[in-house]
Write a protein that binds this ligand. Structure first.
Ligand SMILES: Nc1ncnc2c1ncn2[C@@H]1O[C@H](COP(=O)(O)OP(=O)(O)OP(=O)(O)O)[C@@H](O)[C@H]1O
Length: 303
């Protein structure tokens, strides 16, 4: 079965003669959280606006659950839920009244769906309070509830953790993961908070100056860059042994940095011990996406 919820193929956008998006490709699978990362002005919003049908591509194709948004716009949009700018909410109504109002404007929404989406986003205890009394995190969750009313398979969130406090960020992250893992939704998240993407996403596309530089699993991306930090009693002897094993080394603050290889680490450790070197500590260093981004873009900063 085809489980692709979003396919972006050769997408281009030219505005006032300037090529803003330069032919990008990626796809999303059912049940995954997909991060869209790039510095300011790299083309994230323009791409999202094309996916949700707010602006037309100059070239290329966008399919949502197999429906081409140019040819089958309504069917494609039936499978999409999104919050692109701030969610449109009426502050003087309760959360429940807002959802009732929106569900009334949509076709074929069952009465029970409002309660379902309220439960999904964890707003049950406050749903009958006025929206103006909500925290930003609660407003965001109500916005997601609204986006979920039509049972979409693909959810697009532009900077969903922007402006939230640490507990709001954690709740949003957990909600997004829950929607993907438990409800099987594909969630597309753009964010400049790379640490968030690292904790939340399965795969990530890195965009710079209108070009997607890489699409990769977050775990794979990180593991390629992982290093091992060794604290030993005889640094020089340990370096000699690593060199003999053809492993590159670097000395940092009285420790040795080597590459990381899950299958080989035990062997390396044994070799050191056999040759009389005491290994006092061995730490795996996982880089942050910020560092990765700088490497991938050749030094262009994310902000
Ligand atoms: N309507 C427009 N007219 C002219 N230039 C535009 C227009 N929309 C976007 N751009 C330009 O296209 C580039 C990409 O903008 P876009 O907003 O997509 O980037 P972004 O990655 O979302 O950045 P940010 O996080 O700052 O919103 C920028 O250089 C921007 O100035």
């Amino acid at each position: 079965m085809n489980n692709t919820t979003l396919a972006v193929k050769g997408l281009r956008k030219v505005i006032n003669g300037k090529e803003i998006i330069k032919g990008i490709d990626f796809d999303l699978r059912q049940g995954e959280v997909f991060g869209f990362l790039g510095p300011n002005g790299s083309g994230k919003t323009t791409t999202i606006r094309m996916i949700v049908g707010l602006i037309k591509p100059s070239a290329g194709k966008i399919e949502i659950c197999g429906y081409d948004i140019q040819k089958d716009f309504t069917k494609a949009m039936d499978n999409l839920g999104c919050i692109v700018e701030n969610p449109e909410l009426y502050p003087y109504l309760t959360g429940w009244e807002n959802l009732k109002l929106f569900s009334g404007m949509m076709k074929g929404i069952k009465k029970t769906r409002v309660q379902e989406v309220v439960d999904l986003v964890g707003l049950t205890s406050r749903i009958h309070d006025k929206v103006r009394t909500y925290s930003l995190g609660m407003k965001q969750r109500l916005g997601i509830a609204q986006a979920l009313l039509g049972k979409p398979k693909l959810l697009i969130l532009d900077e969903p953790t922007n402006g939230l406090d640490p507990s709001g960020i954690r709740e949003m992250r957990e909600l997004i993961k829950f929607l993907a893992v438990e409800e099987g939704l594909s969630v597309f998240v753009s964010s400049h908070l790379l640490s968030e993407i690292q904790l939340m996403c399965d795969r990530v596309a890195i965009i710079s100056r209108g070009t997607v530089l890489q699409v990769n699993e977050v775990r794979a991306l990180l593991s390629e860059q992982q290093q091992l930090q060794w604290r030993v009693d005889q640094i020089e002897e340990a370096i000699r042994i690593f060199t003999e094993l053809e492993i590159g080394t670097e000395i940092v603050n009285d420790t040795i940095l080597t590459s990381y290889n899950e299958e080989e680490v035990g062997k390396w450790n044994k070799k050191l011990v056999e040759q009389g070197v005491t290994v006092k500590e061995m730490t795996r260093k996982v880089p942050h996406l910020e560092e990765l981004f700088l490497q991938v873009t050749g030094g262009e900063s994310i902000d």
